[in-house]
Design a protein around this ligand. Structure first.
Ligand code: 2HA
Ligand code: ZN
Length: 279
């Protein structure tokens, strides 16, 4: 019989953590990752955990004012609060956890992992609220939420107006691949204190429209239907931001760029729906 770290979704989760670390997206304990397990994955994990008593039920939000009833009873794999992405592959059982939600979606209990104690990521509320929105809107397809601190994107939040349209246009304009990968654009959340309900509400509202939400002076949240796509979105957006900052750092005024007509043509060619408000 397999052990938990050998389950395919756990292996992919751990692999993403290592890739994110290798790309420099996760200084110290920066960033977090969650995965909404399928019913089959939850029962496979549950079978392996038979005989292991679950940890006690705990409030999802330390203040007790977060509820995700749409995900009641579901299981999640999530990084731990204060844990380093760098250590996930080295010591998964003390860095990540499988958590089960109660039916009301207000409490969770750890079923596996965080073996030295501890709780899920400080952004657990954001992850669950985003997953709840995506579960509803994509009929259970989007199951990965990935948050990282990529440097060029953070730099960009100091020089581009913190508006969805300005940010989307600036990113799209850096490389042709961008409107192919995120034709719906990106949302932007103004600077807020991380880890709380307020930023979780603001982010999950934007997740109704976007798969990628920028947190000003902080980082990026990506929602995706696979670990590969979550990392693909994070890398694409960070690369676009790098190009933007490189052009800016050159001190030269850009001589050219991609036009609205060009974005529309890309949308048509690759089946992406380019929103009119961004043209
Ligand atoms: O360290 O990234 O947003 C966790 C974070 C907080
Ligand atoms: Zn963060």
């Amino acid at each position: 019989m397999k052990s938990i770290p050998e389950l395919p979704f756990v292996r992919e989760f751990i692999r993403l953590c290592s890739i994110g670390d290798s790309l420099g997206f996760h200084e110290r304990n920066g960033g977090n990752l969650s995965y909404h397990m399928t019913p089959a994955e939850a029962s496979a994990a549950s079978a392996l955990l038979k005989g292991r008593p679950p940890c006690p039920w705990t409030d999802v939000d330390p203040k007790g004012d977060v509820a995700v009833p749409g995900l009641g009873g579901e299981w999640f794999l999530v990084t731990g609060s204060g844990k380093f992405f760098r250590n996930v592959a080295y010591d998964a059982e003390s860095s990540i956890a499988i958590c089960e939600l109660d039916q009301a979606g207000t409490h969770y209990r750890v079923r596996w992992g965080l073996c030295d104690g501890g709780r899920p990521t400080s952004e657990f509320s954001s992850h669950l609220m985003n997953l709840e929105v995506k579960d509803r809107l994509t009929d259970g397809k989007v199951r990965v939420i990935y948050h990282a601190h990529p440097a060029h994107l953070i730099a960009m939040t100091y020089v581009v107006p913190l508006k969805d349209r300005d940010f989307t246009r600036a990113l799209w304009n850096t490389m042709t691949e961008c409107p192919v990968i995120f034709p719906e654009g990106v949302g932007v959340v103004k600077w807020m204190v991380p880890g709380g309900r307020e930023v979780a509400v603001a982010t999950s509202k934007l997740m109704e429209r976007y798969n990628n939400v920028v947190w000003a002076h902080h980082g990026l949240f990506c929602a995706a239907d696979s670990f590969d796509n979550a990392m693909g979105q994070m890398e694409t957006i960070e690369k676009a931001a790098k190009i933007y900052m490189l052009v800016l750092a050159s001190g030269r005024k850009p001589l050219t760029g991609i036009t609205s007509k060009g974005f529309l043509a890309i949308g048509k060619m690759y089946g992406g729906d380019i929103p009119k408000r961004f043209l």
